[in-house]
Ligand binder design. Sequence first.
Ligand code: BYC
Ligand code: FE
Ligand code: FE
Length: 474
Amino acid sequence: MAINYSERIPNNVGLESDRRLQRALEAWQPEFLKWWGEMGPEGFQACEVYLRTAISVDAKGWANFGYVKMPDYRWGIFLAESVPDSQIKFGAHKGEPVWREVPGEHRGVLRRLIVTQGDTEPASVEQQRHLGRTCPSLYDLRNLFQVNVEEGRHLWAMVYLLHAYFGRDGREEAAELLRRRSGSADNPRILGAFNERTPDWLSYLMFAHFTDRDGKYQLASLAESGFDPLAQTCRFMLTEEAHHLFVGESGIGRVIARTCELMKRHDTDRVGEYGGIDLAVIQRYLNFHYSVSLDLFGSELSTNAANYFSAGLKGRFREADLHDDHQLSQSRRAILKPRGGAITQSEEPALAALNETLRDAYIADCERAMARWNKVIQDAGVDFALALPHRGFNRAIGHYSGICITPAGEIVSRDEWQNRRFEWLPSQADRQFVASLMRPVTEPGKFAGWIAPPPRGINHQPLEFEYVTGIPNV
Ligand code: BYC
Ligand code: FE
Ligand code: FE
């Protein structure tokens, strides 16, 4: 079947005039649609969803709202505009012109970075495919689907790079991206957090807040890349990421607001019997999603990270704002390390510690969001504060893995950890309780009792707007 490219695949990469790329995408697109049908939002493929579609990168083109059936969504390929005469900003090639083609010596490493990034996108869609059935409102359902189609588009963005710049092995990797499955025993997704289950909406909102936020920091680092097509692609992806973070942060904020309202009304901190989620349960969910997301930054000391930077492939967060030599060959920095039963500081080469440096920026961002959530609690007149656990808590990657650290940052014995872990992480009972609240609310303008309504609708529409129509009876 021939494809009308600019209509079917909105793009600013000159797809119309690139026969080789057309052929590759023409073969891949039906596989993508098949994957979307099997692994995309379950039970809602025939609904009309009020979605935003990007049809170009300028201010007017990237936010077109209208009803679309998800399988008909126009997954486009967009690069942010290239800056003329740009130079590589860091590493051994600093000051040289950016690459418009893949530098031969870094081909394998670059492909691996693109594949790792690309793999997370369909993984998240797979993790979220069951959630539609238990949506707390049409507003939230629409936001879920918006995030899902955009993660689909992020997959397209990485597949475009693989097809356009990596020849046959790029095409093979692009096909594999549709074959791995989140949580599969034989063919799992690449990174840990993307094989975890997202069984309920509290997990999902935490995921959008904490795990999509890793996306923000990783994409921002790749947006500094000396390989210009990758940088341009990631810059445009970041504009979409902002909405995913909004969904997470505002969603959790609304859960907190509802809980506080029930606490005040019934003068209790146990709001379960009134259909709310205790702040203690929210804290345990938060501990889980935060720690799993911290793992996504990799080991504290990593030769991979040092090599990515020195090679000019992956920079630091907002590289241009940093005032140093952008090569880090002599610099050192202090990092925390567990040693002999204590967590102590140690001076390490800054180049090897780049994963930790990016994780620091992420943690600071999470702290800022945490302060906004705590303001919601305070404003409600409730005496409680949520907190981020220690960075070593519940880690599976890096030098804290295998060490039992409490949220307060205390190293404890394995026995104590086992005995107390459900003070800190969601228990079976927590998950069952949250699951019991997950009843679909699909009447326009109505919201489930465990989450407060948002202050306003989408794209100036009222809250009662029918954001998704044609919902099957469940
Ligand atoms: N799980 O030197 P190390 C997003 C592996 S999220 C499993 O410590 P490195 C999104 C690592 O691959 C953003 N394995 O790590 C969010 C390596 O394997 P090999 C995604 C892990 O390489 C929500 C070994 O352990 N983008 O977009 O310095 C919804 C030792 O590695 C994990 C990116 O990640 C883990 N957590 O850094 C939708 C950007 N961590 O080589 C989307 C691209 C490490 O020994 N990726 N390993 O086989 C990277 O920059 C790097 O691969 C990482 C790891 C930062 C992930
Ligand atoms: Fe994404
Ligand atoms: Fe995202």
